[in-house]
Write a new protein. Structure first.
Length: 232
C-alpha cells in the first residue's frame, strides 16, 4: 500500500487530536496515534521525526491554512485595513477545532526547548495574514508589521483561551483594543516623520533602516515522495 507523506501526516494528526486533551502533545499521544492509524512506526517516524512536536506544528499550520482560505473567500472590499487584519485574526481563532489542543500546544511551546519553534509558528501566522491581505512592503516595515501582529495575535490567543463569553465577544473586544493601540503607535510614527527637527535627528537611523530589505521568497515547490508501507 502506497502512502503519501501528507496523507500519513494528516492521518496521524487526526488520530492524535483524540488523545491530546488527555495526554497533551506527548510521546504517549504520538504512540497512540500510530497505533490508531495502523501505520508502521518506521513510517510514522519518517513523517514526524520529532514525534508529537511535529504533529503540534502541523496542527498550528492547519489552522493557518484554514484562515487563509477563509480570508480569500470573504468580501473585504468595504472594510478598512485595520478591520481586515482583525477579521483575519478572528478567522484564525475560528479555524481552531479543539481549544484544548491549542491550550496544550501553548504549554508545549512555552517550554524553553520549544520556545523558538513556538515563536516561529506565531511569526508564520502573522506572515500568512499579511501575505493574504496583500502586503507589498519590502523594507523594514516587512519586519515591523509581522513583529507587531505577532504580539497582538499571541496576546489575543492567551486571552481567548480563558474566555467563556458568548461567541467569544470578550476576545473580539480585546483584539479591537490591541489593534487600536497599534494604530496609535503608527500615528505617532507618522507625526515623527513629519517633524522637521526629529527628521534631521533621525536622519542617520532612518538611512540605516532604509538599507534593510525583506527576505527574498523562494518559490514554493512540491517535492514528490511516497513510500510503500509494509503489508500487514
Amino acid at each position: 500500500m502506497t502512502v503519501s507523506y501528507e496523507t500519513a501526516k494528516t492521518q496521524l494528526l487526526d488520530a492524535a487530536l483524540l488523545h491530546v486533551p488527555f495526554d497533551g502533545w506527548s510521546e504517549a499521544t504520538f504512540k497512540a496515534a500510530v497505533s490508531d492509524t495502523g501505520l508502521s512506526p518506521t513510517v510514522a517516524r519518517a513523517v514526524c521525526p520529532r514525534g508529537a512536536l511535529d504533529l503540534a506544528v502541523a496542527f498550528h499550520k492547519r489552522g493557518d491554512a484554514a484562515m487563509v482560505a477563509a480570508v480569500k473567500a470573504a468580501d473585504f472590499s468595504q472594510m478598512k485595513f485595520r478591520d481586515k487584519v482583525a477579521a483575519a485574526v478572528r478567522f484564525r481563532l475560528e479555524a481552531v477545532t479543539d481549544k484544548e489542543a491549542v491550550r496544550r500546544g501553548a504549554t508545549l511551546f512555552a517550554l524553553p526547548m520549544h520556545a523558538v519553534e513556538g515563536a516561529r509558528l506565531v511569526w508564520g501566522t502573522a506572515d500568512d495574514i499579511w501575505e493574504v491581505l496583500g502586503d507589498s512592503s519590502d523594507d523594514i516595515n516587512w519586519y515591523t508589521k509581522r513583529a507587531t501582529l505577532s504580539g497582538v495575535y499571541s496576546a489575543t490567543v492567551l486571552y481567548w483561551l480563558g474566555d467563556d463569553s458568548p461567541g467569544h465577544m470578550a476576545t473580539s473586544a480585546f483584539l479591537d483594543r490591541r489593534i487600536d493601540e497599534v494604530m496609535q503607535i503608527e500615528k505617532i510614527k507618522a507625526r515623527v516623520r513629519q517633524s522637521p527637527v526629529l527628521s534631521r535627528v533621525l536622519a542617520g537611523p532612518n538611512w540605516l533602516m532604509g538599507k534593510v530589505k525583506a527576505p527574498t521568497r523562494m518559490p514554493k515547490m512540491d517535492f514528490p515522495g511516497s513510500w510503500t508501507a509494509p503489508r500487514k
